[in-house]
Design a protein around this ligand. Sequence first.
Ligand code: SF4
Length: 73
Amino acid sequence: MSNIKKWEANDHWVEINLDLCAGSGECVEVCPVQVYDILDGKVDAEDIAECIECGACEGACPYDAIISHSAWK
Ligand code: SF4
């Protein structure tokens, strides 16, 4: 079973497969509003409430770890 974690706030949400996440930080670099951090080698989206649904993070992840997001529902 995949290790999928969902963060949500203020009608924004993102689901990330932490088995695929390598903690390489492309999402951290590309997000214009600092939604993401890397904690203990995996992504953390604690600040999902700040999301402006630009879609950049999904395209930036080389591992396709971002499996669904409020911007693409
Ligand atoms: S959709 Fe844009 S604003 Fe929202 S988390 Fe992804 S990169 Fe950040």
